[in-house]
Design a protein around this ligand. Structure first.
Ligand SMILES: [Zn+2]
Length: 382
């Protein structure tokens, strides 16, 4: 496997290698694709390969150049990201010049994390835009010759975070490219970039990663147990970074919450269901709740599969699901799946989350216990 640090993306690797072999690397690439599929990782790997002193198609990991790129210390390989704006900062200042020592330390820490794992997402407090200072810096440098007589590689990560002034300055650089500099812009929001910028770059589309690739990466790189890795890979929707986030959420705990939620929805205590919903919604984080609902979805999908004699995903919960299927044989699982999907849709669209979850609990109850509901209705009528 070539470029073993990169998860999947074989088509992209071959495309870049082929351009390298023909000596046809463009002066600017735009890598487009969802978050967490490896756009930055591929850009940094390409930089490593181009600068490796062994000069092959694979970085050797050992030469001084490889070591410098690995620690983000290479003078001809640069990473540009959104940064905070310093007090009294002007466009001519160096990007870090007016930042406080604390801010600089935070920036350095994030660069170190990125160097250790190019799949990690850089998060610097108050860094919302790529500053014009950073782009001016690139422009200045592009005019100079490189240290190593190889192509200077400048990665502008999440290029859609450029402000207008920065984008205009970059446009000038793209219009008069220096022969020795290759820019690589990455974005997961292509629509947020000016068409004048896109048209001056060679666009490379990245695919979502396969579940198999994510699962293998979680097992090999993160030491995750295979069963959990396969579950997390399924929930990550093609994004390795998302899979890593899911691991932090502790999927095991969330899956226990799924059982608690279903149990409370089917029970007769209104207090119990209100408590569970309040606990679930306490985070106020819609992403966490959406991931939880995806687990609920998977649980009922497994119940449906099992009811039809198939193989489930939640292997460790198989017994629970079996018990559920035999106990609630009349449950309308198809409608339940549709209701959970609808709840996900609503949570993603800013509807009051506690209400969505309470409503879902009521729906679950009527789908799974239809006879209880009709009995209650009869009781109410008599
Ligand atoms: Zn090397």
């Amino acid at each position: 496997m070539i470029w073993p640090r990169i998860i999947g993306q074989d088509r992209v690797k071959h495309l870049l290698l082929s351009a390298m072999r023909k000596g046809k690397l463009p002066h600017a690439y735009l890598f487009v694709g969802n978050d967490g599929v490896g756009k930055d990782a591929v850009a940094l790997e390409l930089a490593r390969v181009l600068h490796c002193e062994k000069g092959g198609e694979e970085a050797c990991n050992e030469c001084p150049s490889c070591v410098k790129v690995d620690s983000m210390q290479h003078p001809d390989v640069k990473l540009v990201v959104a940064l905070p704006v310093g007090k009294g900062e002007k466009a001519d200042d160096q990007p870090l010049e007016k930042l406080s020592p604390d801010e600089i330390r935070l920036v350095q820490e994030q660069f170190k994390l990125k160097a250790e794992n190019p799949y990690c997402r850089i998060t610097i407090p108050k860094a919302t835009i790529i500053k014009i200072n950073s782009i001016r810096d690139i422009r200045r440098e592009s005019a100079l010759s490189t240290y190593s007589r190889r192509k200077r590689v400048i990665l502008i990560s999440r290029a859609d975070e450029m402000g207008d002034a920065a984008a205009n300055t970059l446009l000038k650089t793209l219009e008069e490219p220096g022969g020795n500099t290759m820019l690589i812009l990455t974005t997961s929001h292509r629509g947020a970039l000016a068409s004048t910028i896109i048209s001056r770059c060679q666009v490379v589309q990245f695919d979502p990663l396969t579940e198999t690739d994510i699962c293998a990466a979680l097992v090999d790189r993160n030491g995750v147990e295979r069963g959990q890795a396969s579950l997390v890979a399924r929930l990550a929707h093609g994004s390795y970074s998302k899979a890593l986030e899911l691991l932090q959420d502790d999927v095991t705990v969330q899956r226990q919450q799924v059982v608690a939620f279903v149990r409370a929805a089917l029970g007769s205590s209104v207090v119990a269901i209100t408590d569970v919903v309040e606990e679930l919604c306490a985070t106020k984080d819609r992403d966490v709740l959406v991931r939880f609902l995806n687990l609920v979805l998977m649980w009922f999908r497994d119940a449906l599969v099992l009811a039809q004699g198939g193989q489930v995903i939640n292997l460790d919960q198989q017994d629970d699901i079996k018990r559920f299927v035999s106990r609630f044989s009349q449950a309308d699982l198809i409608k339940t799946l549709a209701d959970v999907e609808r709840a996900i849709f609503l949570v993603e669209r800013n509807v009051y989350i506690n209400l969505v979850m309470l409503h879902l609990a009521v729906q679950l109850r009527s789908n799974i216990l239809p006879y209880m509901i009709s009995r209650q209705a009869e009781a109410a009528q008599s």
